[in-house]
Design a protein around this ligand. Structure first.
Ligand SMILES: Nc1ncnc2c1ncn2[C@@H]1O[C@H](COP(=O)(O)OP(=O)(O)OP(=O)(O)O)[C@@H](O)[C@H]1O
Ligand SMILES: [Mg+2]
Length: 325
């Protein structure tokens, strides 16, 4: 069973910032380290993760699962050719498939929780729709990406705030006066604008002080990991620091910086060639960046080496010393 502790969603507000590439290679990295990993495409409007894995036309995806209730959930777990890694395709790109209704969302959530895996990686769609935020909030560890551009930093900040407010909104469910503090999805609900945790707390003091500890515990438990992608210069890493400061100031939480991935033709070429860069060149710079991120995520020091066409975990690495998985 996949507990929330080992469900890892990769998000960030902006499209095209490398969420799918990072998510895929993280999943591959953990599989190469001997873990049982499921990588899942939750971009139900424009599934394309299979292409990054070199899978041409997936036989099964959630599309047929929704339409044929009898479909065996096991049939959705596609082989990737990588030991320990299974893949679940999205719903194709049928018009409307991105708009998951409550029933289909519940089906997917149950499917994810029933997966028998050490790690489940969820590749999220761009944006801050409720579907995206709910998948992000499914696991304990959400990862957010930004690129060095200010527009990306701002969008990732908005993404983190939306995910946090969505979580708080669920705790307020059934109480419209409280819900409208954190749910600004329609103009009718947006009469009480709340932009930061401080303004939310100020309003709660007026409306319902009993909710303050509830919100505090949600905020305390909300600790996304941050990855900066497409780094060209050391100064690009400032974007990560700026984002952390912004989140700290306005939301009262401190994302954990997990590492960065350099801008590299090797990454871009791996997309064109449909061979993940970690498999193609495990000892290249971007692959080393990625191994550092896995190390930060799992509190280990790991290094992959390639010998006679096979990829190994180097001898000195000690995997998961603090985890009992
Ligand atoms: N580190 C990098 N170096 C070079 N190119 C990169 C890097 N990261 C991403 N790219 C380029 O950006 C493109 C988009 O990446 P990807 O599909 O992972 O983004 P995404 O955030 O998942 O997009 P979407 O929001 O549309 O799902 C890749 O096809 C690749 O060309
Ligand atoms: Mg993507």
């Amino acid at each position: 069973m996949a507990s929330s502790a080992n469900i890892i969603a990769v998000g960030g507000g902006k499209g095209g910032i490398g969420k799918s590439i990072v998510c895929t290679n993280l999943a591959i990295g953990l599989a190469l380290c001997g873990k049982n990993v499921v990588l899942m495409d939750t971009d139900f409007g424009a599934s394309n993760l299979h292409a990054l894995l070199g899978v041409d036309a997936p036989k099964h995806g959630f599309g047929d699962f929704f339409h044929k209730n009898s479909t065996d959930p096991e049939s959705l777990l596609l082989d990737t050719g990588i030991r320990g890694l299974k893949f679940v395709c999205g719903a194709g790109d049928n018009p409307g498939s991105a708009d998951l209704d409550q029933d289909n969302t519940a089906i997917i959530t149950e499917f994810i929780h029933n997966l028998d895996a050490d790690f489940v990686f969820l590749d999220l769609a761009p944006g801050t729709s409720y579907n995206v935020l709910d998948f992000f909030n499914l696991g304990e560890t959400g990862l957010v990406l930004t690129t060095p551009e200010i527009t990306s930093v701002m969008k990732t900040f908005s993404f983190i705030r939306s995910a946090l407010f969505r979580k708080i909104g669920k705790a307020f469910q059934g109480n419209p006066e409280l819900e409208r503090l954190v749910d600004h999805s329609s103009p009718a609900k947006a009469d009480r604008e709340t932009h930061s945790i401080d303004t939310l707390m100020e309003q709660l003091i007026e409306i319902d002080q009993g909710q303050i500890p509830v919100v505090k515990s949600i905020v305390d438990a909300f600790n996304p990991g941050l990855i900066v992608n497409r780094v060209r210069y050391t100064k690009d890493l400032i974007a990560g620091e700026n984002l952390i400061q912004l989140v700290k100031k306005h939301l009262g939480i401190e994302p954990v910086f997990l590492g960065y991935l350099i801008e590299s033709d090797r990454v871009r070429d791996s997309v064109d060639e449909m061979v993940p860069f970690l498999i193609k060149e495990p000892e290249s710079k971007p692959s080393r960046n990625l191994q550092k991120i896995i190390g930060a995520l799992t509190h280990t020091d790991l290094e992959l080496v390639q010998k006679d066409g096979e990829i190994f975990l180097s001898q000195q690495a000690q995997l998961f010393p603090d985890l009992d998985t």
